[in-house]
Structure formats: structure tokens, C-alpha cells
Write a protein of this length. Structure first.
Length: 482
């Protein structure tokens, strides 16, 4: 069965095209009316716009699927305000079960998050509040007794926090998979055809199970963390290789290694000190990073190094140079000018999340004072020929590539003045960083149909680009047209 999409336009063009899709690929593209329609189902797009299917290149998908079920504390302007949100939820929904909140940013709070504050709000009910950057968590006494009995700290950071938050998912696989299916459907409604899932833990079995039902909605590349690197190598997993029994929709992703922390948690590794005199954290020494990356490369697994601070980015690039291999740096939020060019020279992809610039602009001005001209340097990357790959880091930002594209193009949100507008990039470059294919003969029929020309949109209109349909391998995963 073939499908003829008639009357399509490409962004920035007035020409009208027809596309024929056969067995999941674009079989032919020509001017409207020139393709033979016989034997094909014909769908008239009525002059709507067509772009390649969108990818989110950095997602924590299971956590993203859970976020809607958690208490939103993202708007709390102080620890006291976050605790009050907990108090209200406990009063409205009394019980003894664990209460999980998400999204706080304490770097600009005027007060400290303490156990006593959460204890007063929730009593004996265990409460864990996860930071919006995923790198720290705030526990009351009941939660600490359950998850971190050896720690006296109210706020756990980095590995100590990861150990807690990895235990916060639903107890049963059926619930987790149902939430994941709902999140996949929501992504498809925004034109998403694929994700790179960098969820913590071993996700091969999880995604094989989720792919088992008919007609999955997304392509998925799953990442591997250090604890499972030898396991992955022993199974012969190789980056880019399809997983048997998933119709090619599930493939092996990169080796994810977290080399430093985050900005809001003040653990991103930087050359200059934070206001408190610290420089952030290095989770591995240079030799340890090289050894882990070298093992991955020898076994065919591409490295993807989390590096946010400028010193962490420099060390990650040093490691790539020592090994002599290409790969990805995740986040690359603060980068020295000389190192921008090194990305290009070494063939290292900047896997970046443009919306983080909008989330972090105020805290960056305080914690990286005087250096924000090289924070989130998208235009600099583009000017030096660095390959960009856009993502969300969901749940840190929404799993919606149009939000990332809008942030990259406008460098603004909610009507604020653009932040370092010299780092804005053109729509065409932002779209290229969000796709894996082209609207061309022989390409996968991963496509998005829009009700407006996205290249003409700006501000909130671009962030909310009107998606009419999404096709994955020629199959509709979202459809308002028929």
C-alpha cells in the first residue's frame, strides 16, 4: 500500500509538491500533479507545510512520563514557598504514601531548604522534592530515613541524589509503560518521531517490552551508563545497531558519562569560582574519563559526555583528542572561545538544549557573572561548523522540539528581551539540529505536516507551531487531517 501526499509546501517556499510513500520511505517527490496516483491512497494536504520528523536528542523518558503526576514546585521563589506547596498538597490529599515533587531551582532562593522546613509541612509523610536540573533532591526526615539513612544532609547532590531519584518510579511495569505510552503520544502530537533516551539505569529490556505492542509511536536510541558498560559490551551492543524484534525502531545509543554537575546545583565544573568560592565537581579524573571512553569505543559504543562548566568541557575535549574519536558532549553550556573551535576540529557534536538558556539566564548572570557571553554559544558553534543536535533533557525542559527551536531562534521567552541575542541562530539551522532526515526521495517517510509555515513564525507562535499530522515510516502517529 502506498500513500500520495498531495499539495505540500516546504518552509520558505511557495512551490507545491506531491510525495509518494512506499513501504515506509519517500519513493518520489515532484511538482504537484506530476506523480502517478494509481494504486496509492491520496491525501490532499491543501498547501500545508511539510518538514522532516523531529528528534529530541536528550531525554530522560521514564522520568518525563512521571512528571505530570508529581507536585510542581518549579515556580517556588523560596524554600518556604516550596514547603508551603507541600503543605497544601498534604492537606488536600492526606495519606502516608510518598509525595514526590519536581522542578525547584534553589540557586536564587533567599532561604535554605532544610529538613525542618519540610518536616513542618508534611509531618511524618515522606517527601522528596527533585530539582529542576535533576542533580539534587530535598528530603524531609521521613524520606531520608527511607532512602538515605546514612546522610544528615537535607539536600543530596549528584550521585547521592541520583541514587534516591532512581527509586521513585511506580512499583509496577504496567503503570510505568502506560505512562510512557501517554508521553509518546503527546510527543507525536508535537511532531516527534524519535528520541535519544538517556534515562538512568539499564533500559534495553524496558524498551524491548514497550516496543512489543503493535505500532510503536517513536524511534528510540537508548543510552548506556557506566555501571552497565561491560554488560552492554558483553552482549555485543553497538551504537546504531538495531535491536532484534523491534522492526528497527529501537537501536543502541551512546555511552553516557556524567563528568560534572549542573549550574543550579553549583556543581558544574568551572575555571572561575562560584560566589561561594567553589569550582564545581569533577565526577571522574581525566585518566578515569579516558579509560571509560576508550573501553566504550573499543566495543563500538559512542561516548556522550555530560559537560556543563567550561573546565568540564575542556577536559571532555581533551579526552576525545587523546582517544582520537568522535562523539558527543551533552549540554556544553559554558564553553571557552578556543574550545568552540576544538569541537569542530575533533568532530565532536554539541548535543545542546536551547531552552535551558531561557531557564538559566538569571542564575547564570549571578553564578557565571561576566562570562555569560559564552554561555549556550549556539551561534559560535554554528559559525565554526560544529554539528548541533537539539534536545530537551526532559523533564528538565518540555519534550517539545518546537520549544527548543524557538529558544534557539529567538533567545527569548514570554516577551522578555533576548538574552545575548548575538547567539541566536536561523530557523533553518535550528530545524537541521532537530531532524535526522530530509524531505527527499529515498529518505525515511518520517514527516511532520504543519498548518503554518514555521519559518515565518516567531515568539510563542513558533514554540506552539501547529502540528496537523506526524508520520513515522509512512504511518500516521498523529492525525488531524483524515
Amino acid at each position: 500500500m502506498s500513500l500520495l501526499l498531495a499539495g505540500a509546501r516546504l518552509p520558505g517556499s511557495d512551490g507545491v509538491l506531491d510525495l509518494r510513500i512506499v513501504e515506509g520511505r519517500i519513493d518520489a517527490v515532484d511538482l504537484a500533479g506530476r506523480l502517478d496516483p494509481r494504486g496509492a491512497e491520496r491525501l490532499d494536504l491543501g498547501g500545508r507545510w511539510l518538514v522532516p520528523g523531529l528528534w529530541d536528542n536528550h531525554v530522560h523518558f521514564t522520568q518525563w512520563a512521571q512528571t505530570a503526576r508529581r507536585l510542581d514546585v518549579s515556580r517556588a521563589a523560596s524554600a518556604a514557598e516550596a514547603a508551603d506547596l507541600v503543605r497544601r498538597r498534604v492537606a488536600a490529599e492526606p495519606g502516608e504514601e510518598l509525595l514526590v515533587g519536581f522542578g525547584f531551582h534553589d540557586a536564587l532562593w533567599p532561604d535554605l531548604p532544610t529538613r525542618a522546613l519540610l518536616d513542618a509541612a508534611a509531618g511524618r509523610r515522606p517527601v522528596v522534592l527533585m530539582a529542576g536540573d535533576l542533580h539534587c533532591s530535598w528530603l524531609n526526615s521521613a524520606a531520608a530515613q527511607r532512602f538515605a539513612p546514612a546522610s544528615d544532609d537535607a539536600v543530596l547532590r549528584e550521585d547521592a541524589s541520583f541514587a534516591v531519584t532512581s527509586e521513585l518510579g511506580p512499583a509496577d511495569e504496567a503503570t510505568s509503560d502506560r505512562w510512557a505510552a501517554e508521553a509518546a503520544a503527546a510527543a507525536a502530537r508535537r511532531g516527534v518521531v524519535g528520541i535519544v533516551d538517556l534515562e538512568y539505569g539499564w533500559n534495553l529490556d524496558t524498551w524491548v517490552r514497550r516496543m512489543a505492542p503493535s505500532d510503536p509511536l517513536l524511534r528510540v536510541e537508548f543510552g548506556v551508563y557506566g555501571d552497565d558498560l561491560e554488560r552492554a559490551a558483553g552482549l555485543g551492543l553497538r551504537t546504531g545497531a538495531p535491536v532484534e524484534g523491534t522492526d528497527g525502531l529501537l537501536t543502541v545509543g551512546p555511552f553516557k558519562v556524567i563528568s560534572d554537575g549542573s549550574l543550579n546545583t553549583r556543581t558544574a565544573l568551572c575555571t572561575h569560582a562560584y560566589p561561594d568560592g567553589s569550582h564545581g565537581v569533577a565526577n571522574l579524573s581525566g585518566d578515569e574519563l579516558v579509560a571509560a571512553m576508550r573501553f566504550a569505543v573499543r566495543n563500538g559504543i559512542e561516548p556522550a559526555v555530560h559537560a556543563i562548566g567550561d573546565e568540564a568541557n575542556r577536559r571532555a575535549l581533551d579526552a576525545f583528542e587523546r582517544i582520537g574519536v568522535r562523539g558527543r558532549i551533552e549540554h556544553a553550556q559554558l564553553v571557552a572561545p578556543d574550545d568552540v573551535a576544538r569541537f569542530a576540529r575533533l568532530g565532536v557534536t554539541a548535543s545542546v538544549q536551547p531552552e535551558h538558556a531561557m531557564d538559566d539566564r538569571d542564575v547564570a548572570e549571578r553564578l557565571w557573572e561576566g562570562r555569560t557571553d559564552r554561555a549556550f554559544p549556539l551561534a559560535d558553534f554554528l559559525r565554526h561548523g560544529v554539528r548541533l543536535a537539539f534536545g530537551s533533557d526532559a523533564p528538565v525542559a518540555p519534550l517539545d522540539p518546537w520549544v527548543a527551536i524557538g529558544a534557539a531562534v529567538d533567545r527569548s521567552r514570554a516577551g522578555r528581551e533576548p538574552w545575548h541575542p548575538e547567539q541566536r541562530i536561523p530557523f533553518s539551522a535550528a530545524l537541521d539540529a532537530s531532524v535526522r532526515s530530509r524531505v527527499a526521495t529515498g529518505e525515511p517517510a518520517d514527516l511532520v505536516v504543519l498548518d503554518a509555515d514555521p519559518s515565518t513564525l516567531a515568539g510563542e507562535a513558533l514554540r506552539a507551531a501547529p502540528v496537523a499530522a506526524t508520520l513515522l515510516g509512512g504511518r500516521f502517529t498523529h492525525d488531524t487531517l483524515r
